[in-house]
Design a protein around this ligand. Structure first.
Ligand code: FEO
Length: 411
């Protein structure tokens, strides 16, 4: 039996505003790709303003029945006059077709041209019969409120927009401002809840939006120039916590991740080791890093450990530098590291220094292949130390020297 938790809570009396949140503790792999044992929430919002009833997004399709049940505790679905579609990825739009059926297609949908096109592709023509496509910055009067719609392309798809409630200074931001995890509260009032949640936000940003991370910085700059972030009373995302104690904090966090601002002394060390040859080298590297006051965060692929790539990705943005240790495997990079590197270069491609360490049996290939990949990315190659078989004292000295070079590399 499905045991997911549902929250339906009033957030404000005037305007009358509710959150409908489902805690998806059943999910294992977001987008069938990213391991999230921490789960995720889907947040929709309902506002009653004058004679209008406005719904902001819905939930993932598999929870349609639960969504309609929860919504019906607040309003008869027929009474919904407007549905704001911020982003059409089915974790937010999945329950929409069934809702529109119950609504007898009375509600006006509001979204971007891209959103209309995607909804039509996903759910058919009927769903978009009553769709108003917005222009960037357009204001629409609904009930006794003014809503401004602002496009934020690539946060997370090209269809994406946010809504700014002009009178109440509320930002409905969908994916932007969201995170993985199932926080024990609905908002940021408890600092312990926030501290536990923020690393999941980083992991979410990198895995979901990381490929487009330059757009995070660009779009937040745009919102800042519009002057709506610093005056916001609440940020209401489509995943995770609502921000009302410190509304600007979540976008500051997004900006730091987007720009790859490092945490002092954090060095990310990732390696594979089949029989301990790479591991021995990496223990020298780790020891030397610590000697210089660095704080290595280590992920290893061994015959005992197989860390989730989604967790590794979440560690990249705030690292000062990376050290990558690889075995040569069938004249290539070890398969697990190959996969990890592919995702790092795609999702977490930052201007950070990288040291490569390699070990091989009869031919060193992996180190050179990683070197080529790094050289073609935004990462900066510091050095490659790839040597044969057991680690000799000369190898050890070369490794210590390479770490010193890394330390001097503007860290
Ligand atoms: Fe939460 Fe891009 O959907």
């Amino acid at each position: 039996m499905c045991m997911v938790k549902v929250w339906v809570e009033k957030l404000l009396d005037e305007p009358e505003l509710y959150i409908l949140r489902l805690d998806d503790s059943e999910i294992k792999h977001f987008e069938a790709a990213w391991s999230i044992p921490e789960g995720i929430t889907y947040n929709a919002y309902l506002m009653k303003v004058g004679d209008a009833v406005v719904l902001f997004d819905t939930w993932k399709g598999e929870y349609t029945e639960k969504f309609l049940e929860s919504l019906s505790t607040l309003v008869d679905p027929k009474e919904i006059t407007h549905i704001i579609v911020h982003h059409t990825e089915p974790d937010h739009s999945g329950a929409l077709p069934k809702l529109l059926e119950l609504n007898e297609y009375r509600a006006k949908l509001i979204g971007t041209t891209f959103a209309k096109n995607l909804l039509q592709g996903f759910y058919g023509d009927k769903v978009v019969e009553n769709f108003h496509t917005i222009k960037d910055g357009e204001e629409v009067k609904i009930g006794n409120r003014t809503f401004r719609f602002i496009t934020v392309p690539w946060l997370h798809w090209p269809d994406t927009m946010i809504t700014y409630d002009v009178e109440d200074k509320l930002i409905f931001s969908c994916d932007a401002g969201g995170g993985y995890g199932i926080p024990e509260a609905i908002d940021d009032s408890d600092e312990d809840v926030v501290k536990k949640y923020l690393p999941y936000v980083t992991k979410y940003i990198v895995t979901v939006i990381g490929h487009y991370h330059k757009y995070i910085v660009q779009n937040i700059k745009k919102l800042k120039e519009l002057g709506i972030i610093e005056n916001a009373n609440m940020i209401l995302p489509g995943h995770g916590l609502i921000w009302r104690k410190s509304p600007t904090r979540i976008f500051e966090h997004y900006e730091r991740v987007g720009a790859g601002i490092p945490t002092k002394d954090k060095v990310l060390v990732i390696y594979d080791s089949m029989y301990g040859f790479v591991e021995k080298r990496m223990s020298v590297v780790i020891e030397e890093l610590k000697r210089y006051g660095k704080k290595p965060v280590v992920y290893r692929f061994t015959d005992k450990e197989n860390p989730a790539i989604s967790d590794i990705l979440g560690e990249v943005p705030d690292s000062e530098a990376l050290v990558i240790g690889v075995s040569t495997y069938e004249a290539d990079i070890h398969p697990r590291m190959r996969c990890a590197l592919y995702e790092i270069l795609d999702k977490a491609n930052y201007e950070k220094p990288v040291l490569i360490v390699g070990a091989f049996g009869w031919g060193g290939v992996a180190g050179k292949k990683v070197e080529t990949l790094i050289s073609r990315s935004k990462f900066e190659l510091v050095d490659v130390v790839e040597t044969k078989g057991r680690m000799t004292s000369e190898d050890e000295e070369r490794l210590r020297e390479a770490v010193r070079k890394l330390i001097q590399w503007q860290l």
